[in-house]
Design a protein around this ligand. Structure first.
Ligand code: F6P
Length: 320
């Protein structure tokens, strides 16, 4: 490869900038040229392409978000859009591409590979919902942000002897909810992968806990279950205990990345360039069983991720 393109796609995640920086700096170290594609695949189709130098990525490693911006593109989902994207890459001399994003972004990466642009994916999502990897860029920061916010809600919840439902992100994946459930010592954790919808069971537990003298009852609810406000009204009516809902929302996607997100994202960025210079394409940089590795994108997309049964089982023993 001579020229590497880089884009971020889908929901942003803290640490994406560290990965961009690593891609740019590793490529320049290897005497390659780098082009940044603004606004993901949508920007590619609009030819929003900029030259990147070493200094283009100065002063960004500690910043949340993505300096390349991100978008979801409906046009790139079509065959015509994908062919056009590959053609634009070729016209700009881009013969290697790094895509930072989630599952949806990797489907696009796979297509770019098929149409002749060597493409490598890097997992970037706060949801930790990519099956082939134990680490995704942004999860560590997001879960720490959520944990700190929940600690604060807990203080006021205890003072007022209330029940609190706190909704964290994760449309299909309950990892943020599960980890906050552990880290915040929640009384209940509702995960999209496991919740049976039995609200009466929840209500009984709240009433029993109050009888045992508990001053608060923290329920961590994943976005994928949702309806936190209406749930809080039903719980208050059924228990007679004041109940409030707090939806943490997009604050979980922003902020300065943690040390882990900066370091792992940097290593993944460098690895992506090394895969391209080794002539590889259609691979996904991953971290599994304590090691950085890579998977064929098609195989990676076919893998299914579930909540760790062991983590879930242990979390159930600790909530009381
Ligand atoms: O993928 C990360 C995520 O934050 C999900 O948890 C959430 O459901 C989704 O993105 C929201 O995305 P949008 O930016 O489209 O609202």
């Amino acid at each position: 490869v001579k020229t590497i393109g880089i884009l971020t796609s889908g929901g942003d995640a803290p640490g994406m900038n560290a990965a961009i920086r690593a891609v740019v700096r590793t490529a320049i170290h290897k005497n390659l040229r780098v082009k940044g594609i603004m606004r993901g695949y949508a920007g590619l189709l609009q030819e929003e392409i900029i030259d990147m130098e070493s200094t283009s990525v100065s002063d960004i490693i500690h910043r949340g978000g993505t300096i390349l911006y991100t978008a979801r593109s409906s046009e790139f989902v079509t065959k015509e859009g994908q062919e056009l994207g590959a053609k634009i890459c070729q016209e700009h001399g881009i013969d290697g591409m790094v895509v930072i994003g989630g599952d949806g972004s990797f489907k696009g990466a796979e297509k770019l590979s098929e149409f002749g642009v060597n493409t490598i994916g890097i997992p970037g999502t706060i949801d930790l919902d990519i099956a082939c990897t134990d680490y995704t860029i942004g999860f560590d920061t997001a879960v720490n942000t959520a944990m700190e916010a929940i600690d604060k809600v807990r203080d006021t919840s205890t003072s007022h002897e209330r029940c609190s439902i706190i909704e964290v992100m994760g449309r299909n994946a309950g990892y943020i909810a599960l980890w906050c459930g552990f880290a915040n010592g929640a009384e209940d954790i509702l995960l999209p992968e496991r919740y049976d919808g039995d609200e009466q069971k929840l209500i009984n537990r709240i009433i029993n806990n109050r009888k045992r003298g508990k001053k608060h009852h923290i329920i961590i609810n994943a976005e994928g279950i949702g309806h936190s406000s209406s749930m809080s009204k039903r719980i208050e009516a059924a228990t007679g205990i004041e109940t409030r809902a707090t939806i943490l929302g997009y604050m979980q996607r922003g902020g300065a990345p943690t040390c882990k997100d900066r370091v792992y994202a940097s290593i993944m960025g460098a690895k992506a360039v090394e895969l391209l210079t080794a002539g590889k394409s259609n691979r996904l940089v991953s971290y599994r069983h304590g090691q950085f590795c890579d998977f064929d994108i098609k195989e990676a997309l076919a893998m299914k991720k579930d909540i760790s049964e062991e983590q879930y089982r242990i979390s159930k023993m600790l909530v009381r």
